[in-house]
Design a protein around this ligand. Structure first.
Ligand code: BES
Ligand code: ZN
Ligand code: ZN
Length: 499
């Protein structure tokens, strides 16, 4: 199944198309083919800043769109991703588009073509399945990046990578935008199974009986209030021999590949459980409380196509969180996969309970590092807002790899301290810990809770409660679920190293 509607290709000559995008800087000469002067552009308010576009009146059949790319030739791949997104919006009434945008900027052509492809795809995407009138969606179906002959190979490679990643992001957005009844844990696991077989991953699905037998008390406890059974999905990627060719595997010696494990929070709908959330319409977005799991699944789906050289394993922890006569209560004590006991003080702090089992299973495999991604705390969203996720962890070297990945893909993170002295806020008089701290430092106490299940392996936790959702179309974001973290995880998986 396709999740993006836009096909992006690369060519040397400008093809016939309904719309054409022409990059315009804020300071250099205005390209002659635009047929207007700098003064005329300026009079409309267009001054060439990144994000600006202007449809230039022309007598021909083709709609000509000026696309701002900022000063000189200094645009970065990130600038051009945003410029491409703005272009896709300006061209949304047309079916076909051509642009020379991938020829501009200071970064290498592969990187730029990838970013432009991503920008075009992400700003064209809508979750349109449930709208009768599809006219709110972009009409754009094809885009051609026109580049110099000598950059053709590099740009084609970048565009191919951008297409793989863009499709993954659109897929994660579709999953997170789907209403709870359309995507139960079982249905999500079924889809994951299909995606795994299409993208060269090994997949194992664990149902309620298996989770019980494995002692996954967090998954079972959170699921108790629901009539929909839970699912845990394990995905495994191993690079093929041909991908590793050229990489020294030691002369005949069996050396292990760097092994990264990703764990995603997959709460299909978070009502809060017995600690019911107030009936606020904004909680409709709690259908997207599985955004972490969607990002992990999507990122995993790209690894073979991108030729990732590391071993990557993933756990999707999927259940909803609902109140009922059988739901877990405050005061209940759960025994998690690693045998630690947790006293429930708030059933709305459910994400950490299911991640606890996933992290425990990850640690059992003795990986080189673990990253979890979760819409975990309102506290993190309150502290950092929608632009960035919070990141915490137990290992400075691995955290710096996560930050590098974040920088490389323009998905911002900000580190909060894993302040060990706050661990006492989780002390329970009856069990090893409570599932919530006091009222303060909610994002940090959540991370300290998770830390209990990592077995001391290098670990980073991404709290994406803020950036998982967008209230508006902006840059490469579309209103609704953002799939934030998908591109970060892809980059991390590709560039991960032991130290
Ligand atoms: N899924 C929510 C966190 C959340 C809030 C995500 C807003 C996205 C946007 C999580 O399960 C939750 O309810 N957390 C509680 C924890 C509290 C009870 C300690 C919260 O943040 O209020
Ligand atoms: Zn909750
Ligand atoms: Zn939640």
């Amino acid at each position: 199944m396709k999740h993006s509607q836009l096909v992006v290709t690369v060519a040397r000559d400008t093809p016939a198309s309904e719309a054409v995008g022409i990059p315009v800087t804020s300071d250099k000469a205005v390209p002659a083919e635009l047929g207007v002067s700098r003064a005329q552009l300026a009079a409309t308010g267009f001054d060439g800043k990144v994000g600006q576009t202007l449809v230039v009146p022309s007598s021909g059949k083709t709609t000509v769109i000026a696309v701002g790319v900022g000063e000189g030739n200094s645009a970065t791949a990130h600038d051009l991703r945003n410029a491409a997104a703005a272009l896709a919006r300006a061209a949304s009434k047309h079916v076909s588009l051509a642009t020379t945008l991938a020829g501009v900027g200071r970064d290498d052509r592969t990187e730029v073509a990838q970013a432009v492809t991503e920008g075009l795809m992400l700003a064209t995407h809508r979750y349109a399945a449930l709208k009768s009138d599809k006219s709110f969606a972009s009409k754009l179906k094809s885009a051609v990046l026109v580049v110099e002959a000598k950059a053709l190979g590099a740009a084609a490679n970048g565009s191919r990578r951008g297409t793989v990643i863009g499709e993954a992001v659109c897929m994660a957005r579709d999953f997170a935008n789907m209403p709870p009844a359309h995507l139960t844990a079982k249905l999500f696991a079924d889809r994951a199974q299909l995606i795994a077989s299409e993208s060269g991953l090994k997949v194992e699905v664990f149902d309620k009986d298996k989770l019980l037998a494995m002692g996954c008390g967090g998954m079972i406890g959170v699921n108790r209030g629901s009539v929909n059974p839970p699912r845990m999905v394990k995905l495994s990627y191993r690079p093929s021999k041909s991908v590793l060719k050229g990489k020294s595997a030691g002369k005949g010696k069996k050396t292990s590949l760097p092994h990264l494990i990703m764990v995603g929070k997959g709460v299909m709908y978070d009502s809060g459980g017995i600690s019911l959330k107030p009936s606020n319409p904004s909680h409709a977005m709690m259908k997207a409380d599985m955004s972490g799991a969607a990002a992990v699944l999507s990122a995993m789906s790209t690894l073979k196509a991108l030729g990732c050289k590391n071993q990557v394993t993933a756990y999707l922890m999927c259940t909803d969180n609902l109140p009922s006569g059988s739901a877990m209560a405050m005061g209940d004590v759960l025994t998690m996969r690693n045998k630690k006991t947790v006293e429930i003080h708030n059933t709305d702090a459910e994400g950490r309970l299911i991640l606890a089992d996933g992290l425990s299973l990850a640690a059992e495999q003795e990986p080189d590092a673990i990253v979890d991604i979760a819409t975990l705390t309102g506290a993190c969203a309150a502290a950092l807002g929608p632009k960035m996720s919070g990141v915490m962890g137990n290992n400075a070297r691995f955290l710096s790899q996560v930050k590098e990945a974040s920088k490389a893909v323009d998905e911002d993170v900000w580190e909060l301290p894993l302040e060990r002295s706050y661990r006492r806020m989780l002390d329970s008089y009856i069990a090893d810990m409570k599932n919530v701290g006091g009222g303060e430092a909610g994002a940090i106490t959540a991370a300290l809770f998770l830390d209990e299940f990592t077995g001391g392996y290098p670990w980073a936790h991404l709290d994406i409660a803020g950036p998982m959702w967008s209230e508006s179309d902006a840059g490469w974001l579309q209103r609704g679920a953002t799939a934030y973290g998908t591109r970060l995880l892809v980059n991390l998986a590709e560039n991960f190293r032991r130290r």
